[in-house]
Design a protein around this ligand. Structure first.
Ligand SMILES: Cc1cc2nc3c(=O)[nH]c(=O)nc-3n(C[C@H](O)[C@H](O)[C@H](O)COP(=O)(O)OP(=O)(O)OC[C@H]3O[C@@H](n4cnc5c(N)ncnc54)[C@H](O)[C@@H]3O)c2cc1C
Length: 290
């Protein structure tokens, strides 16, 4: 299938890209890796009149470790982040989630920022950003602003970005040493979008949980932060019974859709199972680090 006709621009700088978006407003779409936008255009589910291809913009492909945060430039491919030593050392939750994004061929082109901007309700990276309280840096005609993950995802395929803004950087807070993590998901086949997935971060001190972070994908229109389960876990000693209670809190908090791939009830059930497994794996990692 072929896309509807469009005008194509390949700016060389972020300023030129923003100028083009300002001129064309919601008629224009940014093209990054093209792994979501191009299929949508080919199926004519998206018909942008203008494409602003940012692939020739200099200075947007980097992974930098600032003291407490990993800064990932907008043109950094998912595969580059997956194979980065900095990501493995500072944010292994992101690396593990990246390994399950589609197939290698898709990750070779798809960008970290593009996945965040696309805001697919079953995407891995949106949930990782949500679990870690990450943020994006957006540039628009009015200048630069930083948007927290909690303010970014609005609903299916929709963010709070203005159509005239581009994401220039995604920031993932680094995991402090001794922190445990786990990414778990269920998909029908390798490379498929997850039916449900969960990212967990766990820290212990004095035999009790001092920090628990849980974010899920595939169980609602946006990534879901399981705050009730996080509260339930904090201050308690880890145990199988506690994991089961956390799983029930997650099942009560999520409101998944049913579709041809899985019923809502199945997704809710699986979300709890994944949370239990992920807490178990994260705890093992805390203990190994100690
Ligand atoms: C077969 C297949 C399987 C896949 N499986 C998975 C999967 O399991 N999990 C998963 O998470 N994803 C999956 N994907 C999607 C893939 O991860 C995409 O790469 C990603 O969703 C979009 O990144 P991109 O760089 O390709 O963005 P593009 O396709 O270029 O753009 C996607 C959207 O984001 C906007 N955008 C992109 N970059 C920016 C920016 N810097 N600023 C503002 N807006 C921007 C575009 O305008 C567009 O609306 C799959 C894709 C395919 C084709």
């Amino acid at each position: 299938m072929k896309p509807a006709a469009f005008e194509y621009f390949a700016p060389r700088t972020v300023e030129q890209a923003v100028d083009l978006l300002a001129q064309h407003g919601d008629q224009a779409k940014v093209l990054a890796g093209g792994q979501s936008l191009v299929p949508l255009m080919n199926m004519r589910l998206a018909r942008p009149a203008v494409i602003v291809d940012i692939n020739r913009v200099d200075g947007l492909e980097y992974i930098v470790a600032a003291p407490a945060v990993l800064r990932i430039g907008a043109l950094t491919r998912q595969r580059a982040a997956e194979r980065s030593r900095l990501v493995a050392e500072r944010c292994p939750l992101l690396r593990d989630a990246l390994r399950l994004v589609g197939h290698v061929q898709i990750r070779n082109r798809g960008t970290v920022a593009g996945s965040i901007a696309h805001a697919d309700p079953a995407a891995e990276l949106t949930a990782v950003l949500t679990a870690l309280d990450g943020e994006v840096v957006a540039r628009g005609p009015g200048g630069t602003r930083v948007i927290a993950a909690s303010d970014l995802f609005v609903t299916y395929l929709t963010t709070s970005l203005d159509p005239r803004e581009i994401i220039t950087e995604v920031r993932f807070p680094a995991l402090p040493p001794g922190t445990g993590w786990s990414w778990m998901e269920i998909a029908r086949r390798h490379g498929d979008f997850a039916l449900a997935g969960v990212g967990v971060v766990l820290a212990l001190g004095g035999g009790v949980i001092t920090e628990a972070r849980i974010a899920l994908t595939g169980v609602g229109p946006t990534p879901v932060r399981a705050t009730s389960a996080e509260r339930l876990l904090t201050g308690r000693a880890p145990s199988e019974g506690l994991w089961a209670d956390a799983a029930e809190a997650v099942r009560a908090a999520v409101d998944p859709d049913g579709d041809i791939h899985a019923s809502a009830e199945y997704r809710r059930h699986v979300a709890g199972v994944l949370v239990q497994r992920a807490l178990c794996e994260a705890l093992t990692r805390v203990r190994e680090a100690a």
